[in-house]
Design a binder for this molecule. Structure first.
Ligand code: NAD
Length: 454
């Protein structure tokens, strides 16, 4: 048996004991998970510093605070979420008990990405534990140091049989995908998302795919451009552009381009000083493969700001690109790096047309003081999430479903959505054995007399 097979078999065996089901057990696991983030804060942030050059403060903001509050919410609400949900009855079931009963799916496979390695791995794990499942956790091999810390810490704090960690790269993930799961929760790029779905189809395993894409940002002429640019720059250059919901590119009218460039430059100076390379709040590209991939996109573009880089340190300065053509390399795939192309369009109609020519993105941003423009863009396009006059922050609202649509993914999570996503919502009808007369109408023979009431 391979290491992966063993982990899955152990998780299945542990699940079959039924110990993941009592709510008290789930809550103990969640509390232990939270304690891990408190007690091992230093180990966690040291690893992220090595992987992505994030400071302790940034790691708290990007990862641990959000996870802790998600755990708190889940512990607080679990009893309500797991309770039977009574539903409306019809005439024939008036005296019966009819409800939706959430039940665990079984063994869930969680495959994480590297950009916010804890949030995208432990986030789904919170949902899996809350819903009473076992879960095999596969962190991304790309964030080398964090994957090791996850492998070392999780088994100390939570049930290591129910929630094993399997580390490794593509071959190990493929071996996992040959096993049978009851749900696969994958975060990563859309190309691999298709492979995950293909593997899942063999066992009719349901999937949640948290993918990416090119999230547009339309800046309307009718808005406070200074504020729009500050918020867009923050959304783009946080984590060095390696955020699934980062605004990928800006759409604006030609007359606004110079002003937007100036305002973004001002914001960058304020956030990261004149030399972002030495600024503690500015990250690094995860590895040289991604560094080369991003630099390659600059070939056919005009740099309006930034562009400095240092391959040995995986550093790329916050960069703005002007007059970018839709055919440019940077517009052919998700950038996932600190390059911000500006594409000029004639106005809101053309912006909508441009957005709709592409795949459905994970997020869509619009900055405008005109509610009609905001409503039009929301109503005439489709995307995983939609935000007006800000970037990224919808991610932090647990009462909103977080997920993609079309090429940006399927299924959603956060808060109760995680619980529901990783539960089977079982429809239940509990009848009594009396009142048989009511049923006469459904039994043959279907004589006209019997059906005369209909
Ligand atoms: P990655 O390279 O870490 O891959 C993700 C996972 O897939 C890893 O665990 C890896 O082992 C596995 N994997 C890679 N190739 C595989 C293969 N051929 N077969 C089986 N498994 C394989 O991460 P990535 O894909 O570079 O992550 C970046 C992408 O993820 C971006 O597109 C980003 O937008 C997206 N993302 C989405 C979300 C979201 O919540 N929707 C969050 C973070 C990242």
């Amino acid at each position: 048996m391979s290491r992966e097979q063993q982990a899955v078999a152990r998780a299945r065996k542990a699940f079959n004991t039924g110990r993941s089901k009592p709510l008290e057990y789930r809550i103990i696991q969640l509390k232990n998970l939270k304690r891990m983030f408190y007690e091992k804060q230093k180990m966690i942030s040291d690893a992220i510093k090595k992987d992505l050059n994030k400071s302790v403060e940034v790691t708290q903001l990007h990862e641990t605070l959000g996870i802790e509050s998600e755990i708190d919410l889940t512990i607080r609400k679990l009893k309500d979420w797991a309770a039977p949900r009574p539903v409306e009855k019809n005439l024939l079931t008036m005296s019966d008990t009819v409800y939706v009963h959430p039940e665990p799916l079984g063994v869930v496979l969680i495959i994480g990405a590297w950009n916010y390695p804890w949030a995208v791995t432990v986030g789904p794990l919170i949902g899996a534990i809350a819903a009473g499942n076992a879960a095999v956790v596969k962190p991304s091999e790309v964030c080398v140091h964090t994957a090791k810390v996850m492998e070392d810490l999780l088994p100390i704090y939570i049930d290591k049989e129910l929630y094993p960690v399997v580390t490794g790269g593509v071959p190990e993930t493929q071996e996992l995908l040959r096993q049978r799961f009851d749900h696969i929760f994958y975060t990563g790029n859309s190309m691999v998302g298709k492979l995950i779905m293909e593997a899942a189809a063999k066992n009719l395993t349901p999937v949640t795919l948290e993918l990416g894409g090119k999230s547009p940002c339309y800046i309307d002429k009718n808005c406070d451009i200074t504020i729009a640019c500050r918020r867009t720059a923050w959304g783009k250059y946080t984590n060095c552009g390696q955020t699934c919901i980062a605004p990928d590119y800006i759409l604006c009218e030609p007359s606004m381009q110079d002003r937007i460039i100036e305002e973004i430059k001002k914001a960058l100076k304020e956030f990261y000083t004149d030399n972002p390379k030495t600024c503690a709040d500015y990250g690094r590209i995860i590895n040289q493969r991604h560094f080369k991939r991003i630099m390659n996109m600059l070939d056919d573009c005009t740099i309006a700001a930034g562009g400095e880089n240092d391959e040995a340190n995986c550093y790329i300065a916050p960069t703005v690109l002007r007059d970018v053509k839709p055919e440019a390399k940077v517009m052919q795939e998700e950038i996932f790096g600190p390059l911000l192309p500006i594409i000029t369009v004639g106005g809101v109609d053309e912006a909508i047309e441009f957005i709709n020519k592409g795949e459905k993105p994970l997020a869509l941003y619009v900055f405008s003081s005109d509610n009609k423009v905001i409503d039009r863009i929301r109503d005439e396009t489709s995307s995983g999430g939609f935000v007006a006059n800000d970037c990224l922050v919808h991610y932090s609202i647990s009462s909103l479903p977080f997920g993609g649509v079309g090429n940006s993914g399927m299924g959603c999570y956060h808060g109760k959505y995680s619980f529901d996503q990783l539960s089977h919502l079982r429809g239940c009808l509990i009848k009594k054995l009396n009142m048989e007369g009511v049923n006469n109408v459904r039994y043959p023979p279907h004589t006209p007399k019997k059906l005369s009431w209909a």
